[in-house]
Design a protein around this ligand. Structure first.
Ligand code: DGI
Ligand code: FE
Ligand code: FE
Length: 194
């Protein structure tokens, strides 16, 4: 994979701050891959490209879905912030023929889902704790990510569900399924044992 072409692609599509965010997520995703035994090359590319369509205009995104036979659920239609993950995954497969390990990590980086792969979890958390993030609680998230990916995901999902419900926004079923699974497995995950 010619990285110069990938960098050119996100540079042309993204604002300065989101381009920088993408570089930082790539860096953090590699660190997490090293810590947890993930594929560092795949995680670097997933981090670099995960938000490639984040700034795509809404009408273009809807046309893209129509052209690719994607039917949005009512929740998805009501939440344009979810679209870049769905469209981005299709775009990366189609344009660069990325392997599934990258494509599904991008696909589920915003909502999570049940039965996430290691790579999906790594990108999900890298997006929360990259060096450019500075929301209240980010330091706690970084500490949790050193304990286990699930321990950090539990907090990230709680934060997302709380914020969305406060604003009366719908919660995507994949987000709920991801949260429920992590909470149900909690005793077995032994978050604090590492
Ligand atoms: O693209 P980023 O800003 O780096 O981060 P992201 O892809 O995780 O997007 C975060 C946004 O997505 C945030 O505004 C909340 C929204 N979001 C995440 N999960 C859900 C959601 N929105 C809805 N409606 N439902 C969800 O389950
Ligand atoms: Fe995103
Ligand atoms: Fe992101």
């Amino acid at each position: 994979m010619n990285e110069a072409i990938l960098l050119q692609d996100i540079r042309a599509r993204l604002s300065d701050h989101r381009y920088e965010h993408s570089l930082q997520v790539a860096k953090t995703a590699v660190e997490l891959a090293d810590r947890y035994g993930g594929d560092r090359e795949q995680m670097r590319l997933a981090g670099l490209m995960h938000d490639v369509l984040k700034e795509q205009p809404k009408d273009e995104a809807l046309a893209f879905f129509a052209a690719h036979g994607v039917t949005l659920t009512p929740v998805e239609r009501s939440a344009p912030k979810l679209w870049h993950a769905m469209a981005g995954a299709i775009y990366l497969k189609e344009t660069y023929d990325f392997p599934d390990g990258i494509v599904t990590a991008v696909r589920y980086h915003t909502t999570g889902r049940e039965n996430m792969t290691l790579g999906e979890k790594i990108l999900f958390i890298a997006d929360f704790i990259s060096a450019d993030r500075d929301y209240p609680g980010v330091d706690d998230m970084r500490e949790r990510a050193k304990v286990s990916l699930e321990y950090a995901m539990e907090e990230g999902l709680r934060f997302t569900i709380y914020e969305l419900s406060e604003k009366c926004r719908p919660i995507h079923p994949d987000t709920v399924a991801c949260y429920n699974q992590i909470v149900l497995l909690r005793p077995k995950n032994s978050f604090l044992a590492k």
